[in-house]
Design a protein around this ligand. Structure first.
Ligand SMILES: CC/C=C\C/C=C\C/C=C\C/C=C\C/C=C\C/C=C\CC/C=C/C(=O)SCCNC(=O)CCNC(=O)[C@H](O)C(C)(C)COP(=O)(O)OP(=O)(O)OC[C@H]1O[C@@H](n2cnc3c(N)ncnc32)[C@H](O)[C@@H]1OP(=O)(O)O
Ligand SMILES: Cc1cc2nc3c(=O)[nH]c(=O)nc-3n(C[C@H](O)[C@H](O)[C@H](O)COP(=O)(O)OP(=O)(O)OC[C@H]3O[C@@H](n4cnc5c(N)ncnc54)[C@H](O)[C@@H]3O)c2cc1C
Length: 633
């Protein structure tokens, strides 16, 4: 083991295993996750790590081991495939959940055990604006069929992931059927028997290469009436239409996946922090004091400033992910019982946190990569591949700006309810105080009150102020004679800023609540330090907001930076231990720089030597191209 890494792991001030258990949701979950990883994957003789041919093996293994719990499926898949996306991802996180939530019982029993499918909602002309989708579904009572058709080039279904070229069970959305906006259809197209179907691949992408994103053009293709997913809405044999409780129930799968993405952003950021911080502990470069040995780059304050706030953010997002999925499960359970009262709040929370966490993680991955210098640009680091695979999450499952505006819609509606004298509950209850809050600066002293609860309050006031400013922008636009829609559009910069601040406050609050639950003194102490770092770092980035909200004075601004520097130094001794607690296995991380043993240089040389370009002493291209040319010169 690299001596630097060894030294970093001595004198731990907290129990790493206990922190890993907290991240997993308990010791039992940690043990089960490791059992799946060590026994069912790594020690399985049939396991050939991540090669395409192993996809069928993976499916059969999941059945052989009786792994059916969605989270355990994901543990198995992520061990099998490492940090990359894989062809079945969409099947597990969109196709199956749609069947689970949108099929009636007869359809569920008929289809769920049997098929692998994709989710074809987006069209070439519309991804965000679902009410603009053009694919038609016309019911033919004479044959009890729906005629599916792509009337225009822009209506061609575009992007469905995992588009199996042989058998194409897919769920797709078509344009409105009477009062309902969308209905989901399951259409088992076995290509040889279905004319009128044109499918193909949409071509090379920025990444996401393990997933074959395709296109689908339908020319008056007929499918049985029974293929409409009928849990919430039905078309009867006589063609009459039974409306769903809410047209938004069709959007349920998107809410589910957005809820998952929040935690996934934390996982991906934790992977990158593991790589960059372990590497920074073994990389020596330049000198701090002339004549002395080259220091670990982790001892440079700038390196700590790049990485430690991201480390804190990774923990924050992992805890936010736990909160989000728990909230999703609770509210979707109520929805299943017919209680839709919290559906708007679930939509607003999942949409906003999905955008907030993916935007931040996306930027963070690049900071981690660049903090590793040239070796960060090498594929051996895994960081370029992680970035390429993660960055579309800012676009898919709801383009981030649009998602932030959905949250803003909910915030504006809540603000208006407060103005009308209503008492709010839930995540926006802080708006109840928006008119009564004394936004006086803290005590005159130039020292910041570092109590975590106080910091959460400051973020709450900042969010409330920005919500009010956005609402006032809309009111001012209306007062200038603009229609409601133009008033909204002319305020969308403020609206996104308000949603971002709302999400920032929510994430810090969740972090604080999680820290409050930690009983082990050592773990509580180090997590409290990270939560403070997360809050103070945010105050440094958005100082203007806190000044404008009147909760920070000009005299206190220098202490924000001073406090930040102190927290960076406080985290330094525990940095490697904090990434060890993420418990990412070398095989899954697949990074020469992020190895648990820190033996980077030896592994990098071996990695380079294994390159196909190094299979022969002299590359074949010399004999094929250069040598003949030299002979002619
Ligand atoms: C089974 C496995 C389980 C666990 C495994 C564990 C972990 C898994 C591990 C990793 C997984 C993590 C990450 C996944 C990684 C990758 C995923 C894999 C592949 C990704 C492939 C990508 C697929 C896709 O992209 S699918 C297509 C996605 N498309 C969208 O999201 C479309 C976005 N657009 C919209 O949602 C809507 O058009 C809109 C923007 C919301 C606007 O719609 P509309 O114009 O109708 O709405 P209005 O703005 O007019 O508002 C009307 C009204 O409706 C309310 N509303 C809107 N949406 C919703 C909703 N979803 N729910 C509830 N209510 C909604 C809105 O609030 C308005 O209400 P009010 O009028 O009252 O304000
Ligand atoms: C890797 C990947 C995989 C995908 N997999 C699937 C899949 O399996 N199934 C599927 O159905 N789809 C899939 N998609 C498609 C994805 O859901 C859409 O790309 C996404 O919903 C965005 O829609 P769009 O591409 O039409 O972008 P647009 O909505 O056209 O966005 C373009 C720009 O317009 C802006 N904009 C749009 N509307 C508004 C508004 N109301 N207010 C302000 N700004 C606005 C956006 O902010 C953005 O800047 C995938 C996409 C990617 C990248």
């Amino acid at each position: 083991m690299n001596p630097d890494i060894l030294r970093e792991r001595q004198n731990a001030t907290f129990d790493i295993e206990k922190l890993t258990n907290i991240l997993d949701g308990g010791a039992e979950r940690t043990n089960r996750r490791r059992e799946i990883r060590e026994v069912l994957v790594l020690n399985d003789p049939d396991f050939d790590y991540g090669t395409p041919t192993s996809l069928p093996t993976m499916i059969l293994k999941l059945r052989e081991y009786g792994i059916s719990d969605p989270v355990e499926i994901n543990w198995y898949k992520s061990m099998y495939w490492g940090t990359g996306r894989e062809a079945l991802g969409l099947h597990y996180v969109m196709f199956l959940p749609t069947l689970y939530t949108q099929c009636d019982s007869e359809q569920f029993n008929k289809w769920v055990p049997l098929i692998i499918g994709t989710y074809a909602q987006t069209e070439m002309g519309h991804g965000t604006h679902l009410r603009g989708l053009e694919t038609t579904a016309t019911f033919d009572p004479a044959t009890q069929e729906f005629v599916m058709h792509s009337p225009t080039v822009t209506s061609i279904k575009w992007w469905p992931g995992g588009r199996n070229p042989l058998f194409l069970p897919l769920i797709f959305l078509s344009i409105p059927l009477s009062a309902s906006l969308f209905d989901l259809f399951l259409s088992g197209f076995a290509l040889p028997t279905c004319s009128g179907i044109v499918i193909g691949d949409i071509g090379p992408k920025f990444g996401f290469d393990a997933v074959d994103n395709g296109y689908l053009k339908l020319e008056h293709v007929r499918i049985p009436r029974e293929n409409m997913l009928m849990k919430y809405a039905q078309v009867k044999p006589d063609g009459s239409y039974v409306k769903p409780l809410s047209s938004k129930l069709t959007y349920g799968t998107m809410v589910f996946i957005r809820s998952l993405i929040v935690g996934n952003a934390g996982i991906v950021l934790s992977q990158c922090c593991t790589i960059a911080i372990r590497y920074s502990a073994v990389r020596h470069q330049s000198e701090i004091r002339a004549g002395e040995a080259e220091p670990q780059i982790l001892d440079y304050q700038t390196q700590q400033h790049k990485l430690f706030p991201l480390l804190a953010t990774a923990y924050a997002f992992l805890f936010a992910g736990q909160y989000m999925i728990d909230t999703y499960n609770r509210i979707s359970g109520d929805i299943n019982q017919g209680d839709l009262s919290e559906m708007p709040e679930l939509h607003a929370l999942s949409a906003g946190l999905k955008a907030f966490t993916t935007w931040t993680a996306n930027t963070g991955i690049e900071v981690c990569r660049m903090s590793c210098g040239g070796h960060g640009y090498s594929r051996s680091s895994a960081l370029p591949d992680i970035y390429v695979e993660f960055t579309p999450s800012c676009t898919y499952e709801g383009e981030n700006t649009v998602m932030m505006l959905q949250t803003a819609r909910f915030l504006m509606k809540s603000y208006r309810q407060v103005q009308a004298g209503q008492q709010l509950s839930g995540a926006v209850s802080y708006l109840n105080k928006v008119h009564h809050r004394v936004m006086a600066p803290q005590a005159v002293s130039s020292q910041l009150d570092l109590n975590l609860n106080t910091l959460v309050d400051l973020y709450e006031i900042r969010a409330a102020m920005l919500v009010e400013l956005a609402a006032q922008s809309i009111q001012q636009e209306s007062a200038r004679g603009k229609c409601q829609e133009d008033s909204w559009n002319n305020s969308t910069i403020d609206l996104v800023r308000a949603s971002d601040a709302h999400c920032h406050y929510m994430v810090l609050k969740m972090f604080r609540d999680k820290v409050d639950q930690i009983e082990d003194p050592g773990v509580h102490s180090v997590m409290s330090t990270l939560a403070h770092l997360y809050a103070i770092h945010g105050m440094g980035n958005f100082t203007g907001d806190f000044l404008q909200a009147g909760v920070l004075t000009g005299a206190q601004v220098p202490s924000v930076s001073k406090c930040l520097k102190g927290l960076l130094a406080e985290v330094r001794p525990s940095a490697v231990l904090l990434v060890d607690a993420f418990d990412h296995h070398d095989k899954m991380l697949n990074s020469v720089l992020g190895r648990h043993d820190g033996n980077v240089y030896e592994a990098m040389f071996e990695w380079a030597r294994s390159s196909p370009l190094n299979r022969t002493e002299v590359h074949e291209s010399f004999h094929k191209h250069l040598k003949p040319l030299q002979a002619k010169l």
